[in-house]
Design a protein around this ligand. Sequence first.
Ligand SMILES: Nc1ncnc2c1ncn2[C@@H]1O[C@H](COP(=O)(O)OP(=O)(O)OP(=O)(O)O)[C@@H](O)[C@H]1O
Ligand SMILES: [Mg+2]
Length: 359
Amino acid sequence: MLELVNLTKRYGDVVAVDRVSLKVEQGEFFCLLGSSGCGKTTVLRLIAGFEKRTDGRILLDGRDLADDPPHRRDVNTVFQSYALFPHLTVYENIAYGLRVRKTARNEIEGRVGDALALVGMTGLERRFPDQLSGGQQQRVALARALVNRPRILLLDEPLSALDMKIAEQTRLELAALQRQVGITFIYVTHNQTEALALADRIAVMHNGVIEQCGTPGEIYDHPKTRFVADFIGSMNFFDGCVASVSDRDCQLRLWDRWDVVVDKPVALAAGNPVLFCLRPEQLKLSLLPPRDFENGIPGTLRRTVYQGDATLYLLELRNGRIVTVSQNNYLARLSRDFFDLGDEYQIIWSRSSGETIRV
Ligand SMILES: Nc1ncnc2c1ncn2[C@@H]1O[C@H](COP(=O)(O)OP(=O)(O)OP(=O)(O)O)[C@@H](O)[C@H]1O
Ligand SMILES: [Mg+2]
């Protein structure tokens, strides 16, 4: 439905958006995820028409939006700061866009009522923005955009001003609301938890470029670049190379000394340098060499970090590298797993775990 083709935006020497190409489907919840300054807001502003592109195309249903002014695009934006009119009531804030477009009065009443109900704010229409909490203001901002029934809703970090608990709750409501109205959402955030929880698909941006685009599961389980692997969740990295490849599996040599086996990754040949990635939760600590798991390397326990539900164990390999292992505290208590600082353990994992990135 929406397609960006080599979309580029330069400010003088700064390339804020660098040949971004992606397709967003009708009704999809699409997240643009990346750290500060990577170009997320600029992509939204280009789609909304607040910014002129340097190069590339923006197609809605196959038609280029190049010359359409913002109000002619079937797109609405919800900003990080709610940007409500302080001197207008909740009702008038939401009705504003309809009035500008000279919508009939009784239709305005019906649509504002529906929008208020959608965001759970019925009954508060006479309040002014400064009589609302941050979460409520953000709902009004959302209702104000939804009332126009745009094809696409652009949301720029809409929950970042809310405290964590409220943001989590609003996040769930937002996901439900999106499914209910069926409007395509393009949602910008630097918060990976938020993106994983909300999105049908995520595009991870870095320095104006899309590093990887896929479902939350694809991005988390199969990162294609070091940046994506590092940015989403936590990750242990091992430099290595392919020792041998067979039909069934692939042997890697990590840090020039430890041989491990992984289910055969695609398109690798003996001698290829690789970056091997293992998530802390894919690893287990054991006193003995692996039995149920194919792989194990020794490490000395240097530090533990209690996290409530889990404990992080930081182990030092014999080459001085640190590996982080995460273990569920409840399961560890059941199986009476206790580990002492300064002792050496086996860090073990299954051949089906980990991601091999070719470098
Ligand atoms: N009007 C402008 N003039 C010059 N440079 C700009 C302008 N707007 C943005 N930039 C630059 O373009 C890059 C991308 O900015 P953008 O606002 O899109 O980032 P972002 O990913 O939204 O970051 P954040 O998470 O901090 O909001 C940054 O390096 C920024 O400094
Ligand atoms: Mg931004």
